[in-house]
Design a binder for this molecule. Structure first.
Ligand code: ATR
Length: 285
């Protein structure tokens, strides 16, 4: 079988672990491939994203993962989009189809799979709090609400965005909007998700407020960094021990992209192993 070419486009992109993950899936499944990191310049209209993406496919590229800050552009670039990508308003997977390109979004399913399989948690009947109302939140809301949480609260510094998301996902389930960190409800949360993209440890108490929790309340940061993310550092200052960052989600969303491109769902178990996670975390551009 002739190896086909895949890649991930973003800016910055040097830190991306997608090549290692897709190459591991390639070894596990015996499907040969090339996978590269691709950078494009950031602009308001996404012109360089478009040009670079067209170039990649013109040179024989078969599929492209899309990461920040281009996920919105991926959707407008594509000629058709999977319903879950339309709903999220963003694409993270582009595939060549007969008449152009198809966008999909595997972030939401990747998150829910990691939550369930690696951490044994379900959104069903859970009381959930999400910090942040950007693209990452939009990507996970549909699969989370599909599991019928008891309550899902959203907080964001810009309240218009929280309101807009609550309206956009109104048919999927009930979302309660928090207008201020001071108005957190008294009842305890089961699952607290961070989708605020702050990468720098600064003034944590202005970003998050610890609500009422229970001993097994789980904290999930959608963001991944080689060391503790600011959210996890903040969580740890409260002595919490049940938490994770977005590395598991990254592996699972990649597996779903692999399925779209190759028709095979790779067994992700070995990538979630302690040794493999340590190796992934050790990567520096
Ligand atoms: P992503 O695709 O990672 O979700 P995004 O769509 O830019 O990126 O969303 C980033 C989220 O982090 C938003 O909820 C943003 O809040 P605003 O909607 O008010 O911009 C939040 N965020 C980022 N930096 C923040 C900061 N310093 N303080 C509070 N919220 C922040």
């Amino acid at each position: 079988m002739q190896p086909q070419c895949y890649g991930v486009i973003g800016n910055p992109i040097g830190h991306s672990l997608s090549p290692q993950i897709h190459e591991a899936f390639s070894r596990l499944t015996g499907i040969p491939l090339f996978y590269q990191r691709i950078s494009a310049a950031v602009s308001e209209d996404g012109a360089d994203f478009r040009k670079t993406t067209l170039q990649f496919f013109a040179q024989g590229g078969a599929g492209l993962n899309v990461t920040a800050p281009f996920k919105d552009f991926a959707l407008s670039f594509a000629d058709e989009a999977a319903p879950r990508a339309q709903k999220a308003g963003a694409g993270n997977t582009l595939s060549k189809i007969t008449d152009g390109w198809r966008a999909d979004n595997t972030d939401g399913i990747g998150f829910v799979r990691d939550l369930e399989r690696q951490w044994g948690r379900s959104a069903q009947n859970a009381r959930i709090l999400i910090y942040g109302a950007g693209g990452a939140t939009a990507g996970i809301l549909e699969p989370l609400l599909a599991q019928k949480p008891r309550l899902l609260w959203l907080y964001n510094r810009t309240p218009q965005k929280t309101q807009a998301l609550a309206e956009r996902f109104a048919d999927d389930g009930k979302i309660a909007v928090l207008s201020s960190l001071k108005s957190l409800p008294d009842e305890p949360f089961d699952l607290i998700i961070n989708a605020i993209s702050a990468r720098i440890w600064k003034d944590a108490e202005s970003l998050w407020k610890m609500p009422t929790t229970m001993p097994d309340t789980f904290f999930y940061d959608l963001m991944y960094m080689p060391d503790d993310t600011p959210f996890l550092r903040w969580v740890k200052t409260y002595g919490k021990t049940r938490y994770c960052d977005g590395l598991g989600m990254l592996i699972e969303q990649a597996a779903e992209s692999f399925l779209i491109w190759h028709g095979v769902f790779p067994d992700t178990t070995s990538l979630h192993s302690h040794a493999s996670l340590i190796e992934l975390r050790a990567f520096r551009p």
